[in-house]
Structure formats: structure tokens, C-alpha cells
Design a protein around this ligand. Sequence first.
Ligand SMILES: CCC1=C(C)/C(=C/C2=NC(=C\c3[nH]c(/C=C4\NC(=O)[C@H](C)[C@H]4CC)c(C)c3CCC(=O)O)/C(CCC(=O)O)=C2C)NC1=O
Length: 169
Amino acid sequence: MRDAVTSLIKNYDIAGRYFDRNALDDLKSYFESGTARVQAAAAINSNAAAIVKQAGLTLFEEQPELIRPGGNAYTTRRYAACLRDMDYYLRYATYAIVAGNMDVLNERVLQGLRETYNSLGVPISPTVSGIQIMKDIVKQQMATLGVTNTSFVDEPFDYMTRELSEQDI
Ligand SMILES: CCC1=C(C)/C(=C/C2=NC(=C\c3[nH]c(/C=C4\NC(=O)[C@H](C)[C@H]4CC)c(C)c3CCC(=O)O)/C(CCC(=O)O)=C2C)NC1=O
């Protein structure tokens, strides 16, 4: 598992080079965004259950067939499994936000996930919608905290979206 700093060090070490201008710029922007990253993680942590609940309600309102007979989130067991998955995505997003690196998502969340979902008939597209709904909720909360540049919040949600939608495993 890597973060922005260790992955940079690894790349420069492999090349046997001192940090150049690009590396120093990357480091600088990572450290400058550090407080906001921790702030985002804290805001998510203190609200995680509510974020997941709200995102679930929104998703099932938009796509009610998911929780009707024949839908993948139909029955309380599967409904709960769906919200639990959303909670995983949210929690791992906070790790990736703090790390400034998506490695933790590959290693802990995305590896083999499509395969599992396909074998269980869990539909990818509404899962991705759920991830994006959580992103929007988190960004709204960051805005109320006065954090205006929230592109680092988008990153893990968009990364999971891309990998889930496109990657063939
Ligand atoms: C930390 C990394 C991690 C992830 C990501 C993870 C996902 C994960 N989701 C699962 C199931 C599931 N996932 C869903 C999710 C949904 N169904 C829908 O219709 C919605 C679109 C969606 C919610 C947004 C459902 C309903 C199941 C149960 C499927 C079944 O057993 O039939 C399963 C199968 C085993 C189980 O039920 O626990 C895994 C492994 N497990 C992990 O350890």
C-alpha cells in the first residue's frame, strides 16, 4: 500500500535520481492539501452512517426496481449487503484521500470485485451511481466547511467508478 510520498520516492529511487522540479512540485501540492485532506476524512468519519443511508435512499428512489422482487437489492439481506458495500467504498475513499494515492483501492477494494459482482448478479451501473451520489454528498459537506477546491475528494470516487465500469478482470 502506498501514499503520494512513498510512491514518489519509489519512482525516483528506481531511477537513482534526486527529486527534480516536478517531484518537488508534487510533494509541495500534496503537503499543501494535507490539512484539507484530513478535514475531509474527519467530516466523512463523523457522518459516515448518515452519508451511506442518504445515498442508499437516493439511489433506490432513482432506481426503485433494485429493491423490488427480482432486483439485486431485494430482501433485507441483500439490501443490507448493498449498504454495507457502499460503506466500504466510503471508508476506503477516506484512506485514499488521506494517502493522496489510489493504491489502497486497487489492493483492498477493486481486486476481483467485478468478478464477484458478475457471479452474484450485482449490477455495476447502479453501484457506480451509488458511489457518485456519495461523492456529491461529501462535496456538499466540504463546501459547507468552506473547502472550495475539492478535486482531491473526487479522486477516489471517480477512480472506483472508472475501474469498476471499465476494467476487465
Ligand atoms: C472491502 C472490500 C469489499 C467489497 C467491495 C465487497 C463487496 C461484496 N459485495 C458482495 C455482495 C453484494 N453486494 C450487493 C450490492 C448491491 N446490489 C445492488 O443492487 C446495488 C446496486 C448494490 C449496492 C449499491 C448485494 C445486494 C450483495 C449480495 C448479493 C447476493 O448475495 O446475492 C459480496 C459477496 C459476499 C457478501 O455478500 O459479503 C462482496 C465480496 N466485499 C469486500 O470485502
